[in-house]
Design a protein around this ligand. Structure first.
Ligand code: NAD
Length: 352
């Protein structure tokens, strides 16, 4: 018991069916009068339903994955020109990511209404992609001041997207187990996050229209974001950042393809963490638990299916090694990373 742990200062509401009124009270709480609403893709329809009573000065519906630099520049200019005093993101990690990029330049507070399970709303981590390189950083200004979770607004997220987004959240809390700043508190929260996510995914497969699974996934996703922010990026996230930026890959699917192989690599060198993860997955071993979850949910698990060339992967090994945290449980070298990437490309799930 010799550790440091910092809790994020954030207001969090779990308010099923009450997003609009909860957002109104949060905007009032922050004394905001000129709100910028950011959304994108299918979440724009959700923004229509929750912003009618807000003092919206400007609304942009062009949030895009990996937060492209030119989009950030345009959105920051728009925020300044319209003299907004709060940014509301309605959507998944792409909308939250754009709001964070605006906050990074302007210091504006963010209220986030997440519609996926990416968990970015619970972190002080930002990312912006320029010229094929995703730059990330930590800054307290980008942590949303308030988060409003309304599980009813995720009912429209198709099962396939829900699964892959839930696996993305699973990657946050699993990678946190060996994150560079992990504390015992993070590990407890990680256990609970894994249980919430696995229960939520099972429930969604049984009953896609049911609210219980969606709510459980939101709860797990929030905790996953909390522990990821606290423990810091482990090997898994470093790999996904390099691959996502280099090949413009879909974020959650990339996490899903890489996660089983980072787990298999690391638990061989950290059996205590492996036992812990197996318990929260409700399985005999972490590999078996993850394989069973992927099989029952139909989660994607191959980089090949994302269109990446097998040979091209080896060009990313040096960048991954340079970014990998020093304390990773498994010793890392060029061959180890190259083999892991090749396994993720082939997509065979480790089972024992
Ligand atoms: P996303 O926001 O692009 O959403 C994925 C897809 O879901 C999109 O096609 C979107 O239109 C659709 N969608 C969203 N809500 C919907 C709804 N309610 N109904 C129907 N469709 C809906 O992607 P994401 O997976 O949520 O997040 C990925 C991004 O978030 C990446 O850029 C990633 O780097 C970032 N991220 C950042 C952090 C962090 O801490 N900084 C953490 C996790 C993810």
């Amino acid at each position: 018991m010799d550790f440091f742990h910092q809790f994020a200062a954030q207001r969090v509401h779990f308010a099923p069916g009450r997003a609009a009124e909860t957002l109104t009270s949060e905007v009032r709480h922050h004394r905001a009068e000129r709100v910028m609403v950011l959304s994108g893709g299918s979440s724009s329809a959700v923004a229509d339903t929750v912003t009618a009573d807000l003092p919206v000065t400007i609304r942009l519906d062009d949030a895009a994955r990996h937060v492209p630099g030119p989009l950030v520049d345009r959105t920051v200019s728009a925020a300044r020109s319209a003299d907004v005093d709060l940014v509301l993101s309605v959507g998944g990690g792409s909308a939250v990511g754009l709001a964070k990029a605006v906050a990074l330049s302007t210091g504006l507070p963010i209220v986030a209404l997440p519609t996926t399970y990416a968990g970015s709303e619970a972190t002080d981590v930002w990312g912006i992609t320029s010229d094929g390189v995703k730059k990330t950083g930590i800054d307290s200004r980008v942590l949303p001041a308030s988060v409003v979770y309304d599980a009813t607004l995720t009912l429209g997220l198709p099962v396939g997207l829900s699964v892959v987004s839930g696996i993305n959240a699973l990657a946050h809390c699993v990678d946190a187990l060996w994150g560079p700043r992990v504390s015992p508190i993070d590990r407890v929260l990680s256990d609970e996050a894994v249980r919430g996510l696995v229960g939520g995914l099972e429930s969604i497969m049984d009953s896609p229209e049911g609210l219980a699974g969606r709510a459980s996934l939101q709860y797990g996703a929030y905790l996953s974001g909390v522990v990821f922010a606290s423990a810091g990026s482990g090997l898994h996230h470093k790999i996904c950042h390099v691959l996502g930026g280099r090949f413009d890959l879909p974020h959650a699917e990339t996490h899903a393809a890489v996660l089983p192989h980072v787990v298999a690599l690391n638990i061989a060198h950290a059996p205590d963490l492996g036992e812990r993860l197996a318990r929260s997955l409700g399985a005999d071993s972490p590999n078996a638990g993850i394989a069973a979850l992927y099989t029952s949910t139909g989660a994607p698990h191959s980089l090949r299916d994302l269109g990446v060339g097998r040979e091209a992967l080896t060009q990313t090994v040096d960048a991954i090694l340079a970014a990998a945290p020093a304390g990773n449980p498994a010793p890392l070298n060029w061959e180890v990373i190259a083999r892991l990437l090749d396994d993720a490309w082939l997509g065979d799930l480790p089972t024992s």
